[in-house]
Structures are given as C-alpha cells and as structure tokens.
Ligand binder design. Structure first.
Ligand code: PGA
Length: 265
C-alpha cells in the first residue's frame, strides 16, 4: 500500500510571519491525517517554518536546489542547506522552474523565461543531488497545451521521466515521488479530468516499470497537480494510479489545504 502524499507548493508567496500563521492554523487541522503532509515554502521562510512544524506531522520541502554542495554559485541553494533547515523533500523540475508557464505572463519573452532554466538534464542532476544529500525528490513532469493539442503528451511525459530519472537506482526510485502536472492546468482553475490524470499517472508507472521492475513501479508514489481544490480532490485522489497531490493556490489557505489532505485515504 502506498501512503498518499499531499504537498503544498507555496511558490513565491508568504513572508516568514505569513507562513508561520498559515502553518499554525494548518497543524491542528491535519493532525492524525492518513496522508503524509508536506509544505514547501520559499527559501526565505524555510528555517522559520521548519521550527514552526517541529513536533507536528507536517513535513518540510524546498522548491528547488542546485546540485553542488557549496561554492561560487551566486543565488543558488544546495541540498545540505535545505537539509540543515529541516527539509525532507525537494520539488524538482516544476514547469515554472523549467520556464514553461500555463498562464501568460505579461512581458515574459521566450528569452526571459530561460532565467528559470531547468531542463530534463538539470532535473536529473538535481535528483541525484537530492538523494546524495538525504532529501527525497518530488520530480515534476507535464505537457503544455500546444503539446497536448499536437497529441504529444504521452511522448513528452515518457521523455521527461526517462531522462529525469536516468541513473537513479531501483531503491531510490522506489522512495521518490513523481508529480504529473499538466502545465495548462496549473493556476488556471482548469483541472485535468480525473480519468485522464489517472491514465497519465498509469503511463508514468509503466515507464518506471520499464526502467526498473514491477516492485519499483508499485512502490513509487505519483501525485497529480494542477488546480487541485477541496471540491475536486476526493475524485482525483480516489483514482487507482494517483497517490497524492501537489497543490499550489489551494495550499495558501489552511482550510482548503486541510480539506485536500483529509480527502486522501
Ligand atoms: P495550482 O498549482 O494548484 O495553483 O494549479 C499546482 C502546482 O504548480 O504545483
């Protein structure tokens, strides 16, 4: 049996005091939940939120990392730094970190979006680094709307998983988390139909099976992400291949996030 995992990706939201208020409200609401609960604040709030969740069942995750341990990498955060402030998880290869946005950003040119810069190869390197420094990666994959319209979804997902997981051991893949996040569903309110989300999560599981074996495929946890809300969570989380959710907007409200956590059985 796979334990469901619900992770809240706060993205570029919440100062320290706002984040503390949010987790202090959240903790009693998710106490005793059957799902694993993770919050992923921005780097600036990690230390404080790590302290605020101590002694509760709420775990901490980072939103990205750089693969080196330390050194001259201005603006980057390493795995040991995340572990030092209490992170157990790290989100890698989120579409926003790849510069792939579902919602048009005013004034964001193709060239500017490269600032975000992750690729399948960098995500892979980061996944190796996460394990090296004792963190569990949540590796994201997902297609853009144009790719879906061009019938390229399945091939894109398979490519992102094959490359993103390259060289990871069977044991590592068994313990990691993969998030299927169709880019067109992120922050748009347009959730992927549960049948289709279930189909793609199944495709990810069979890709893992072909890279490793059935045991690994049955162990790896696969989340769905993209406009998960309290009113659609139970339906998505009830699907056989969906082991949890990666939640953006709804993770910013304690009641909404708790309702999603408590929808997971
Ligand atoms: P959303 O974001 O729930 O706001 O759509 C999900 C994500 O990007 O992880």
């Amino acid at each position: 049996m796979r334990t469901p995992i619900i992770a809240g990706n706060w993205k570029m939201n919440n100062t320290v005091s706002q984040g503390e208020a949010l987790v202090n409200e959240l903790k009693p609401l998710v106490e005793g939940a059957s799902a694993e609960v993770v919050v992923c604040p921005p780097f600036t709030a990690l230390h404080a939120i790590g302290k605020a969740v101590q002694g509760s069942n709420v775990k901490l995750g980072g939103q990205n990392l750089f693969w080196q341990k330390s050194g001259a990498y201005t603006g980057q955060i390493s795995g040991p730094m995340l572990a030092d402030v209490g992170c157990e998880y790290v989100i890698l290869g989120h579409s926003e970190a790849r510069g792939r946005f579902g919602v048009e950003e005013e004034g964001m040119t193709e060239e500017m979006s490269q600032v975000f810069g992750d690729t399948d190869a960098s995500v892979n390197r980061k996944a190796h680094a996460a394990f090296e420094f004792g963190l569990t990666p949540i590796v994201c994959c997902g297609e853009m709307l144009e790719e879906r319209k061009a019938d390229a979804t399945d091939a894109i997902i398979a490519r992102q998983i094959e490359h993103g997981l390259e060289g990871l051991s069977a044991d590592q893949v068994s313990r990691m988390v993969i998030a299927y996040e169709p880019v067109w569903a992120i922050g748009t309110g347009e959730v992927c139909p549960s049948e289709e989300a279930n189909r793609i999560c199944g495709l990810i599981r069979s890709t893992v099976e072909s890279l490793h074996n059935t045991d690994v495929a049955q162990a790896v946890r696969i989340q769905y992400g993209g406009s998960v809300k309290p009113d659609n969570a139970a339906e998505l989380l009830g699907k056989e291949q969906i082991d949890g959710a990666l939640v953006g907007g709804a993770a910013l409200k304690a009641n909404d996030f708790a309702a999603i956590v408590n929808a997971a059985r």
